[in-house]
Ligand binder design. Sequence first.
Ligand code: IMP
Length: 238
Amino acid sequence: MVKAPLIIDIIHSGYYKRVLRDLFLASLFTILEVPYTLKRISVKIILASSNQGKLRELKAWMEDFEVYAFGEVMTPFAIVEDGDSFKENALIKARAVYKALDDKSAIVVSDDSGISIPVLGHIPGIYSARYAGVGASATQNLDKLIQTLKDNEIKRTRAYYTAAIAIVCEKGEFCVHGWMHGEVIDEKRGDKGFGYDPLFIPEGFDETLGELGEAVKKELSHRSKALGLAKIILKTLV
Ligand code: IMP
């Protein structure tokens, strides 16, 4: 296991040396302010998600790869996410799609993510997608969080998003994480982004992600940070 500002867990991988080398190069290039870009790579990446907001962000971030949602290449099916961490759930999703595809050349990428409120015991966390119950809509989940904040007389409090990105392919299983810290407020502001974004004010800003929109998210979101690491691993796999 490698501990860095963003934790990387590389599971039974013989590739860790290449991953570490690329991480080192990426950091060095960042320090030297040299653009570190990955060439467009012609390999099919299948995303194990049906969440349209996530798919939009994942595809935008992985434009140097050929990316498909799993619903575009096979009949989508329900996946029981019964892990007790973002990492476990991300791996459960990626493994399920990889197995169903039955294609050794496939590289499956999944995201498990959510919002956590420390003062409320880090809820809803891994239950973010079903906070208002199984099958609840994004609006129902958002409204439930607003109600919980109001019930606890919290107008504004610290919060953070977590994203775990898992990669499953013939060469092994990998998982990386990214976080975005900020605060949540007890009212919706803006209609950009998705999920809990209209409540979330990222550190260093005065507006919610619902008001700020995609450009800011692409720059500093939990998913972008995890994807930055995932892309370094993907490059070693193709
Ligand atoms: P998952 O699909 O099981 O990973 O559920 C993730 C849930 O967390 C989503 O349904 C959203 O409610 C929430 N979530 C994760 N990432 C974001 C984000 O970037 N913005 C807003 N909500 C998010």
